[in-house]
Design a protein around this ligand. Structure first.
Ligand SMILES: Nc1ncnc2c1ncn2[C@@H]1O[C@H](COP(=O)(O)OP(=O)(O)OP(=O)(O)O)[C@@H](O)[C@H]1O
Ligand SMILES: [Mg+2]
Length: 228
């Protein structure tokens, strides 16, 4: 379960303070798939970074799987993050490494037993239909292919929480729907998923929609598609 209470995030910039999040409270049950929607600059990435324990709020609390992460030191948070999978808005693939090596790196960081790496990598590549590109480096892949490798990399660590920033931005509608449906299956099996999206198709797959506007929650609704 993810529990965020009264989270505020203020960035200091040369032009003064930017209030990116203002009094955000939301609870996301285990196995939910929440779509964060809202205009550019509304705070989606900032909130994902805080929910994923990448960043800490200026004030407020963040509790993940019953553990307070906002009060942790950076190194404790880094250890905690082993259970969290990330798909970043700009993929953050290692440019000099192949798709396969990018996944090996994620498995090493997550502390997964090396004996399992090969099987897990091949399974994730297969699910994302990227088997033929295992030994390509990111520059040798299209944007959509890089996105699918970023998804496969997050999936292969079998995270309890999956944070995804714009999962379908570079995918055609069919591939986008396939990725969303994949996420929904993972959620049904107990992975809690929070994703930001501009893609209205996501509403069909998410169990809840959280609409942000100017750093505040405008609406938090359970999707009509939820039947469980
Ligand atoms: N590191 C930072 N330093 C200063 N301001 C920041 C920083 N990160 C985000 N912001 C500001 O916080 C606000 C929210 O940004 P955020 O990236 O969370 O938006 P977003 O909803 O993800 O937008 P997009 O849909 O374009 O990805 C914006 O005004 C942005 O300029
Ligand atoms: Mg963003």
């Amino acid at each position: 379960m993810i529990d965020v209470q009264h989270v505020r995030k203020v960035f200091q910039t040369p032009d003064g303070e930017v209030v990116a999040l203002n009094d955000i409270s939301l609870t996301i049950p285990t196995g939910a798939m929440v779509a964060l929607m809202g205009p550019s600059g509304s705070g989606k990435t900032t909130l994902l970074n805080i929910i994923g324990a990448m960043d800490v709020p200026t004030s407020g609390t963040v509790t993940l799987d019953a553990v307070r992460v906002d009060t942790m030191h950076a190194d404790e948070r880094a250890v905690f993050r082993k259970r969290i999978g990330f798909v970043f808005q700009r993929f953050a693939l290692i440019a000099t490494a192949s798709a396969y090596e990018n996944m090996e790196f994620a498995l090493r960081i997550a502390g997964v037993d090396r004996a399992q790496w090969h099987t897990r990598i091949l399974r994730a590549l297969d699910i994302l239909d990227m088997n033929d590109h295992a030994h390509h480096r990111p520059a040798e892949l299209s944007g959509g292919q890089q996105q699918r490798i970023a998804v496969a990399r997050a999936m292969c660590i079998e995270p309890s929480i999956l944070i995804v920033d714009e999962p379908t931005a570079n995918l055609d509608s069919q591939r986008g729907a396939a990725v969303l449906s994949l996420f929904r299956n993972y959620a049904a099996n107990g992975t809690t998923i929070v994703m930001s999206t501009h893609d209205p198709t996501s509403e069909k797959y998410a169990t809840s929609i959280c609409r942000l506007r100017a750093g505040a929650i405008e609406a938090y609704t359970t999707a009509p598609s939820v039947n469980r």
